[in-house]
Design a protein around this ligand. Structure first.
Ligand SMILES: NC(=O)c1ccc[n+]([C@@H]2O[C@H](COP(=O)([O-])OP(=O)(O)OC[C@H]3O[C@@H](n4cnc5c(N)ncnc54)[C@H](OP(=O)(O)O)[C@@H]3O)[C@@H](O)[C@H]2O)c1
Length: 242
């Protein structure tokens, strides 16, 4: 994809994440300047050392309003906001882990909203905001109650913010199953994660699960195309169809 993001200053949350790291490198390679967050100085320094280009960062916990406000004050003026930082969990309603459920609400729903709110004094009028949901908002998947609930809330809020914040554009990227370290955390081991991803890949119309680069390309498209506004862009290899 040829795209010129020179002179674009982009903020990306949760740089240690599988999708965030690849997205940062993808945007850097198109000429953007990137400012990222991580939950600790150590994590931030480790992530920054693996990335090449005009990249810097600050510590932020997306569940802590003071930390979020402080992060954006340090960042200063910028053009585009991307918010993949979130915790993850699977649990069927009979066995709901309410602590993990609250955590995903606080990181993925509340955290994205805090980031949008505190970014507003600094984001340019020609800028954009790209939020994160997941295909389970459209395709019911046992155990994915909380992913669906927070993703659905985020997509609904994004459409309202596209009105409220005009001319700033607000879109949501809706990933399907993407091979990132989150699957190891969700299944308990690398082997279990691979087995699950292989099973899903075999069932998908495209015959593979997604990569972080598939999502990076979608994010870059949402930033670059300034006629795209208020949409939920599904990137799932057709998962919602089966
Ligand atoms: N991978 C998939 O299959 C998939 C599918 C659908 C949707 N998505 C969505 O896509 C986004 C990125 O997914 P991913 O696979 O890249 O996830 P990931 O690898 O688990 O990364 C999540 C990131 O969020 C950060 N984070 C968690 N809690 C935080 C907090 N309180 N404050 C600040 N940062 C926090 C983590 O930081 P630490 O390193 O400090 O924990 C990490 O950097 C998420 O919204 C996810 O729900 C992913």
């Amino acid at each position: 994809m040829s795209m010129d993001l020179n002179n674009q200053r982009i903020v990306l949350t949760g740089i240690t994440g599988g999708i965030a790291g690849v997205t940062a490198q993808f945007l850097l390679s198109r000429g953007a300047e990137i400012v990222v967050s991580a939950r600790s100085r150590e994590k931030l320094d480790r992530a920054l050392s693996g990335l090449e280009g005009a990249i810097s960062g600050h510590v932020m916990d997306v569940t802590d309003a003071e930390s979020v406000a402080d992060f954006f004050a340090r960042v200063g003026g910028f053009d585009h906001l991307i918010t993949p930082a979130a915790s993850s969990m699977f649990a069927p309603i009979r066995e709901m882990d309410f602590q993990a459920a609250e955590n995903i609400m606080r990181t993925k729903q509340w955290g994205q909203m805090l980031c949008v709110h505190h970014a507003l004094p600094y984001i340019g009028r020609q800028g954009s905001i790209t939020l994160f949901s997941g295909t389970v908002t459209q395709k019911p998947l046992p155990g994915a109650t909380m992913f669906a609930a927070v993703g659905g809330a985020t997509e609904a809020a994004a459409r309202i913010w596209a009105y409220e914040l005009a001319p700033i554009r607000v879109n949501t990227v809706v990933p399907g199953v993407i091979a990132t370290p989150v699957w190891e955390a969700l299944t308990g081991s690398e082997q279990a994660a691979q087995a699950q991803l292989d099973t899903i890949a075999a069932a998908l119309p495209v015959g593979r699960v997604g990569t972080a680069e598939d999502i990076a390309k979608a994010v870059a498209f949402l930033i670059d195309n300034d006629f795209v506004n208020g949409i939920s862009l599904v990137v799932d290899g057709g998962h919602r169809l089966i």
